[in-house]
Design a protein around this ligand. Structure first.
Ligand code: SF4
Length: 336
């Protein structure tokens, strides 16, 4: 279901110009089951009021909590059932954030990611993306939404931008607290500046070496990494929000001095934050996390040379932290 489908239905029920926005606002800001009750109090047309309880139930069914796995870091990984019985992962982040999925599976096929192994199964509708935020808000306050769960947002651009537009206009969220993530897709760079709501940008870079990057992200668009960074930095300058550069740190793959030497001139003095995420080992995938000494040396070295670098942990790393691991486990159980 897409948000404009909901708007069309509301219009067919007699909603005037401000009524549809009001109903959607109640959905994304309050608990889903409150949507009908609160909207009634706001003097909506009679036909619309009568239809709201059923619509509220339908919206709540778009993303239902199946399992909650709290992490030691204050995050929680959620397994979420969609209305058609499929399952996605949503992550409640510490400090009032939520990470949402935008696709079921993913076509990019990153070698270090469980989600990429299944390929793309289907797109999520914009309403299913927003429903994950509404579900998260029924569990904790949400002030930040990152589009970094299962899927490549640029491969589902219309739905993701529609969700961003609703969250940024009716969701009581600052635009810079919406973070669009991409492996680098020209369509995203073209469309993002055109939106009324301009989110912050996260770029999954992972290597400054084009060949190595192509091996790690086999079906990402082919860019010279320096050109890709320049494109993303131009958007960051235009919006005034720093670019978030994502780098999953893999021992013996992209933690070498050659990568650091290429990163320094590319990011020194630029409006960017380099988020390095030491890899969490996953059964069946052949990557390792660098040892603590190497991680510390990279962190210190880059910061000393003027590259603002943060070492981050994947949220909830003690509970099947890799994106797609929880879902993969459920699918295995179903198949057994
Ligand atoms: Fe897709 Fe992101 Fe996984 Fe890569 S890391 S396969 S882009 S979900």
């Amino acid at each position: 279901m897409r948000i404009h489908d909901i708007e069309n239905r509301l219009r067919a029920l007699g909603a005037g110009p401000g009524h549809a926005a009001r109903v959607l606002r109640h959905w994304v800001q309050a608990r889903p089951q409150d949507a009908g009750r609160r909207a009634i109090a706001d003097f909506l047309p009679k036909t619309l009021r009568a239809a709201l309880p059923a619509l509220g139930s339908e919206l709540a069914a778009l993303a239902r909590l199946r399992e909650r796995h709290p992490g030691a870091d204050g995050s929680a990984r959620l397994l979420v059932d969609l209305a058609d019985g499929q399952t996605v992962e949503t992550v409640l982040l510490p400090r009032q954030g939520v990470c949402v999925s935008t696709q079921l599976g993913c076509a990019v096929g990153c070698g270090f990611c469980m989600t990429g192994r299944s390929g793309l199964l289907r797109q999520l509708g914009s309403a299913e993306i927003v429903a994950q935020v509404a579900l998260a808000r029924s569990l904790q306050p949400v002030r930040k939404v990152v589009f970094m769960g299962m899927g490549e947002p640029a491969h589902n651009l219309d739905n993701v931008l529609e969700a961003i537009d609703l969250l940024g206009t009716q969701g009581n969220l600052a635009h810079k607290q919406l973070v669009f993530s991409t492996v680098g897709d020209a369509r995203a760079f073209e469309r993002l500046p055109q939106g009324v709501v301009k989110p912050a940008l996260a770029l999954s870079l992972h290597s400054m070496n084009a060949e190595r990057r192509a091996a790690l992200l086999p079906r990402a668009p082919r860019w010279e990494p320096a050109d890709l960074l320049a494109e993303a930095l131009a958007y960051a300058r235009a919006t005034g929000y720093p670019l978030q550069v994502q780098w999953t740190l893999l021992a013996g793959v992209n933690d070498g001095d050659d990568e650091l030497e290429a990163l320094v001139p590319a990011l020194q003095g630029q409006p960017a934050i380099l988020n390095m995420i030491p890899y969490n080992a996953v059964d069946g995938l052949d990557f390792r996390r660098p040892d603590v000494d190497r991680v510390t040396a990279i962190f210190r070295g880059l910061n000393q040379r003027g590259v603002l670098t943060r070492m981050r942990q994947s949220a909830g790393q003690d509970v099947d932290a890799g994106c797609g691991q929880l879902r993969a486990r459920v699918v295995q159980v179903r198949r057994a």
